[in-house]
Design a protein around this ligand. Sequence first.
Ligand SMILES: *Cc1c(COP(=O)(O)O)cnc(C)c1O
Length: 396
Amino acid sequence: MNSIYRKSFFDMPENIIYLDGNSLGPLLKGITEESERVINKEWGEKLIKGWNESHWMDQPVRVGNKLARILKAEEGSIILGETLSLKLYQALGSALDLNNERKVILTDSGNFPSDLYIAKGLIDTLNRNLELRIVKPEEVESSINEDVAVVMLTQVDYRTGRIHDLELITKKSHASGAVMLWDLAHSAGALPVNLEKSNCDFAVGCTYKYLNGGPGAPGFIYVRPDLIKKCSPAIKGWLGHKAPFAFEREFRKAETIDVMRVGTPSVIQMSILEKALDIWNNIEMSDLREKTIELSEIFICEMEKKCPQIKLASPRNSELRGSQVSFFFDDGYAVIQALIDEGVIGDFRAPNIMRFGITPLYINEDDILNAVTCLERILRQDLWKKDKFIKKKAVT
Ligand SMILES: *Cc1c(COP(=O)(O)O)cnc(C)c1O
């Protein structure tokens, strides 16, 4: 295996062990210059001509094709824009439309709240007796039946890191006539994904987590190529129109992945992402995965040895675990704050989960060992029992 450790590609503070790339990836070198170039040379100098001369209008598809290489998707099947929540709405709306005789959206209780709210909101809007059926993650497969219109799942559980089998569940869904929609928020850039091979219908995700696109980076949507012409977006924006600059009165949908566009793309943020994706050019996702598992195993073993009072919340079997390792601890919030104070950055997810992202592009064995040593000391000396650590901040 080639080394995939690329800390020197990042512009990160010294003396920080960053175990939160699952929530916000760090700044890559070259991004500052690229955003300056886009602002000064494209926006500043070209003004509105930038849409044509700097190819801003095609950028969401161009970046989509770049991402397609990472997710092994077909050319022209992914487009960037807006946020993951919005792209999920677009995908779910189309998925329901493709299977409009059936009434059930099947999902699991580990799904991210936004995904559940979005589904519930769309059900209310459509007002045609649709049902959001929420089952336990381990009951998903046995709950797929002929009532189900859409199976909507997040592949990697945001809290525990538990993985659903993308190909197997897609196959089961199709066998019972359901449309398959995956949320890849904690998969894209974290583990090998082969969208083409999975044969799933729709997928969505975000680019500020493992793909290091920065805060506010656009969401993405994948539509299997044979469905692009058949599907109808729930939100019909002018850029999803076949000829946006004809400014027609009626919506005529684009026959390409552009159909999933809504409005004006965030060019500066998209340019940052376009540049940030370069780091994946020479990375084999299987190598990344191998290293993630190796580091996660070290982390779990060290935690079991040195901090036995903290219990593993993630699956113990590495094959069933994504790129984060989580632990239960009732005072986890304060412990995480104390860790951050010492330069070890993880995060907390209510009610009692301490979560650590293991991202081998910039985390190595020493970081893992040092993080556990730090945590052991915080617990042994009760350093977390300070008011400043116990009081909750707005963003956890
Ligand atoms: C991070 C995450 C989101 C966030 O959605 P945004 O629209 O980007 O804020 C949604 N769903 C899942 C599963 C996530 O992990």
